[in-house]
Design a protein around this ligand. Structure first.
Ligand SMILES: [Fe+2]
Ligand SMILES: [Fe+2]
Length: 317
């Protein structure tokens, strides 16, 4: 599927104007982890006396940590904790999941998880910093491969520029993570081996045309809606870069598909379709407390799904 730059910009601008109908929902916020940034989750501590069970009742002393975590949309592993001086557990630690989108390099071995218990917002930004940092080798490799496959110089130059921009994005996210109490996870990528043009096009279709394009939309959404001004400021400078990266993905796609056999093109298209399906699924799976999502400007699961579907529809139309 070939896509003009104008259509991409128009689709994203239209979606960013969507009324934030459900940016504030009730209870929990769902965000995916496993596909978005390979395990975007972090432990979060909740005071048991603040929790309400799904039937509206208050938790009893015999409530299991699974039951308590379910009430906040968290998942396992979980743990009941007794604070100093308390005679019985008064806190529960649940795993909270979230999505982060961007271009991941093949062979990414680190998951960006922060060690120890850190504030959830810090863990979220640490994950995002990890993903931004992982995008640097992804673009460096892409630039080298494009040159090796004889791509137009403008695409090679744009990929090199994107790598430099991802360095800045990683620093900006790192500084947000540090200011919210999280350390910075290391990025570990397996050594690259040369790939065929089809392999490059497949990765670009999934990581660029789907994931990074949705990431660009998400960055714009956060830049407009985050309650935390430092998040709005950081994402305000990152979002225009991400839009260019999405455009680059589609330009690479058009160039590469024109050089592949009909069978190889069909495989790339099938991988892209699968990536859209996975993105839709990811938008509705996991959980982030409402207050954290609001501060970070992340949409609710319902809005995220609507955005993923509308983005897809807009780009196809
Ligand atoms: Fe980025
Ligand atoms: Fe990017």
């Amino acid at each position: 599927m070939s896509l003009s730059r104008r259509k991409l910009r128009r689709t994203l601008s239209r979606l960013l104007l969507l009324a934030p109908v459900t940016t504030v929902g009730s209870g929990c916020w769902s965000w995916s982890s496993t596909s978005g940034c390979e395990g975007g989750s972090a432990p979060q501590t909740f005071r048991i006396s603040d929790l309400r069970l799904s039937d509206g009742g208050t938790p009893t002393a015999s409530a299991s940590c699974e039951e308590l975590c379910q009430s906040v949309g968290g998942s396992t592993p979980c743990e009941l904790v007794r604070s100093e001086g308390a005679s019985s557990p008064d806190q529960v630690v649940c795993e909270v999941e979230f999505i982060c989108e961007g271009r991941r390099p093949e062979g990414l071995r680190s998951d960006g998880a922060v060690s120890g218990r850190v504030p959830l917002l810090g863990a979220l930004f640490a994950k995002l910093a990890h993903l931004e940092a992982a995008s640097v080798p992804a673009f460096e490799r892409l630039a080298a491969e494009l040159a090796a496959h004889g791509a137009p110089e403008r695409l090679v130059r744009a990929a090199r520029r994107a790598a430099r921009e991802e360095v800045r994005h990683a620093r900006q996210m790192e500084s947000l993570a540090l200011s919210h109490g999280a350390g910075i996870p290391e990025v570990d990528v397996a050594p690259f081996e040369s790939r065929s043009l089809e392999a490059l096009a497949l990765e670009n279709a999934v990581e660029g045309c789907v994931r990074e394009t949705f990431g660009a939309l998400l960055a714009g959404w956060q830049a407009q809606r985050a309650e935390d001004s430092s998040v709005r400021e950081a994402l305000g400078t990152i979002a225009p870069d991400e839009l260019r990266h999405a455009e680059l993905s589609w330009a690479i796609d058009a160039w590469a598909l024109g050089r592949l056999s009909p069978e190889a093109r069909a495989r790339v298209e099938a991988a892209r379709e699968q990536a859209w399906r996975e993105l839709e699924r990811d938008a509705t799976v996991s959980t982030l407390p409402e207050e954290v999502a609001r501060r970070a400007g992340l949409p609710s699961p319902e809005v995220a799904l609507q955005l993923a579907r509308s983005l897809q529809a807009g780009l196809r139309s």
